[in-house]
Every structure is written in structure tokens, then in C-alpha cells.
Ligand binder design. Structure first.
Ligand SMILES: *Cc1c(COP(=O)(O)O)cnc(C)c1O
Length: 337
């Protein structure tokens, strides 16, 4: 066990023993190796640097109540990266290889996995890049697949804290037929300026409307939008340019299991005012309750600024309960290391 103050961990990079690295050349992936140096020796003409052939994933491993280490839904992330690779003409990582890579690197760094009860987890960051030299615009002829891991703390020490969100109509994240539905690095570059602008104005998260008409809710910069109606219905947008979040998929299933109605459909901006609870959802934080959404001079109040609403709280506790092995994993989501 590493000598780490588990309770004071935040969400930031930390070196561990090693990452795992695979290279694709001449049509095949190699066997992968554990590498301790956190540096890549890369060609200056690598396609990822010039033409954006770069994709990533984010998932977590947990030290469960029974002492075992489990990874949450790695197949789902593997399948998503497979689709992202296809959309960006990169060599695809077979889902079995992806899951095996994640297991190998978690196992090799098991002493960095925060103990049960600390609220921490191990963040797993797979990365796929075109590493072959390419000056004419074309897909690279060599790819590198890396999985790094690091211990992270609970995002919210002391309960889910609601945040204020803002819609900045002068920026879009993803075009209607663009790459909003795949996890490419470029989507983040596209959202950084708006994110910094929102942050400086005092809003930790920004919400995007559909790029074409600016009338429908899409998602937050790095997390999906979920709204809860006063009657308990779970509503989330149906859009080609929203990233299919594994957390959202999980929460939809849990909501249905709890007997809630789940709707995946277009959400007009005006409908925001009718929700009793709204949250941003994603792997890093699970759910971030949103108490208020500002657009120009309009301020829509959703809930009180002090506490998370009861429905989101229940959903959050259920996901965490399954992840830490305190509740039964009826859907077979957790993969033992
Ligand atoms: C990664 C990501 C999410 C969250 O997906 P999870 O699988 O739940 O972590 C949501 N929106 C965007 C734009 C993302 O890149």
C-alpha cells in the first residue's frame, strides 16, 4: 500500500508505477508492455499532433467492500473507443484487448487503489493516438494505445454541491453531423475557450444548445444533461451530437429499475424551467446537481443552492453502492481485476 493521504486526494494527475502501452504497425497490435517512464518518444510529424488523430476514454476502478478490486463497465468504454477510432480513421482497439489492457494496468498499480471507505477510486485514462509520421493529410500508418491510471478522491467531500451553469450562445461544441458523439481530443479543444469564459464569469459548467438552431438542450462541455420532472420522470436529450455517456446509460437503467419513467427525446430550452432537478453526469463526478442556468439576462432557478435534490441523491447513492460492492450488481457491470 502506498503512503498516500487518501482522504485528501483531488482529481489530478499522479505518477504511479507504470502505464501500459501497445503499438499498431502493419495491421496488427503488439502484445503491450508496462512502461514506468511517463513519457513518449514521438515523431515530430505524428498525425495526432498535426491532424488531431487523438481519442481518449475515462473510467474507474474501485476497492470494494469485500476487498476485491473491480472496474466499472470497461466494455462500454471499449465499445465507445472502437466507434471513436472508426470515425477518426484510427486503428481500432478490439474491445477484448481494451478490457485486458485496463485490467493489466490496474493490477500492476493495485497499491495505488484507494482503500474502501476513503471515498476514493482509481481513475483510468485510455488514450489512442496516431503516432506515425504524416505530413500529407491522411490517416497515420502507426498508432499507440496507452492506458494510464491514478488514484483520485471523491469529487465532493461533504455531499453533492449544486453549481450554477451558463449557456454561452456565441460558442458551439459540436456540429450537427460533426464529432460530438465520439470522444476525440479535439472536442475538448473546441470547448476550452467557452469553459474558461464561463469559469471567469463564476460558472463552473457551461451548457450547450444544439448548434444548428440553438433551441434544444444538448449537454454540458464534459458531461451529459439529465433533468428530473416533478413527477419523477428522468429526461435526457436525444441528439446525434451528444456524447453517449456511460454514466447516463447507467443512471437511466437504475432509474428504470427504481420504477421511474425514462424519456430520451429532444428537450426545448424553455422546458428547463419545468424540471425540479437537473444534473450534469459523467464518470469523474457521477452527478453534479445544477441549481441555476443563466442565458443572457435570463436566469432559470431549478433548485436551492445548498443541497442536491432527493431523486438525484438516490440515483447517486445507488450507482456508488453498486460500484463499491455495497449493493448487488444485477446487470453485471463490475469486472473483477
Ligand atoms: C466523456 C464525456 C461525457 C461523460 O461520459 P461518461 O462515459 O459518463 O464519463 C459526457 N460528455 C462529453 C462531451 C464527454 O466527453
Amino acid at each position: 500500500m502506498q503512503n498516500i493521504d487518501w482522504k485528501s486526494l483531488g482529481f489530478k494527475y499522479m505518477n504511479t508505477h507504470c502505464h501500459i502501452r501497445y503499438v499498431w504497425r502493419d495491421g496488427a497490435w503488439d502484445k503491450g508492455e508496462l512502461v514506468s517512464e511517463p513519457y513518449l518518444n514521438m515523431h515530430i510529424a505524428a498525425a495526432c499532433l498535426h491532424y488531431g488523430q487523438a481519442a481518449f476514454e475515462g473510467l474507474k476502478a474501485f476497492r470494494c467492500k469485500d476487498g476485491k478490486a473491480r472496474i466499472f463497465r470497461p466494455q462500454a468504454n471499449g465499445e465507445r473507443m472502437f466507434k471513436t477510432a472508426r470515425r477518426t480513421c484510427m486503428a481500432q482497439v478490439p474491445v477484448e484487448l481494451f478490457v485486458d489492457a485496463v485490467k493489466r494496468v490496474v493490477k500492476a498499480n493495485e497499491d495505488y487503489l484507494p482503500p474502501f471507505g476513503t471515498g476514493g477510486s482509481m481513475y483510468i485514462r485510455p488514450l489512442l493516438i496516431g503516432s506515425g509520421a504524416q505530413i500529407g493529410v491522411a490517416p497515420a500508418d502507426e498508432y499507440t494505445f496507452i492506458v494510464m491510471v491514478m488514484p483520485v478522491g471523491p469529487y465532493y467531500k461533504g455531499g453533492l454541491k449544486p453549481v450554477r451553469a451558463i449557456i454561452l450562445d456565441e460558442y458551439d461544441r459540436a456540429a450537427p453531423q460533426g464529432m460530438g458523439d465520439v470522444k476525440v481530443a479535439g472536442n475538448y479543444a473546441a470547448s476550452l475557450f467557452a469553459h474558461e469564459t464561463a469559469k471567469h464569469a463564476g460558472y463552473p459548467v457551461e451548457l450547450y444548445l444544439d448548434a444548428k438552431t440553438h433551441t434544444l438542450v444538448e449537454e454540458f462541455a464534459t458531461s451529459n444533461f439529465i433533468g428530473i420532472k416533478p413527477d419523477g420522470t428522468y429526461v435526457t436529450p436525444d441528439s446525434h451530437s451528444v456524447l453517449p455517456s456511460v454514466t447516463n446509460k447507467t443512471l437511466k437503467q437504475i432509474a428504470a429499475d427504481l420504477g421511474m419513467k425514462v424519456e430520451v427525446r429532444p428537450i426545448p430550452f424553455e422546458e428547463i424551467a419545468t424540471f425540479s432537478e437537473i444534473a450534469a453526469c459523467g464518470t469523474a463526478v457521477v452527478v453534479t446537481p445544477v441549481c441555476e442556468i443563466t442565458r443572457g439576462s435570463t436566469v432559470l432557478k431549478i433548485s436551492g443552492p445548498d443541497a442536491c435534490g432527493p431523486v438525484l441523491q438516490k440515483l447517486y447513492e445507488t450507482v456508488q453502492g453498486i460500484q463499491y460492492g455495497e449493493l448487488p450488481d444485477t446487470h453485471g457491470w463490475c469486472v473483477e481485476v
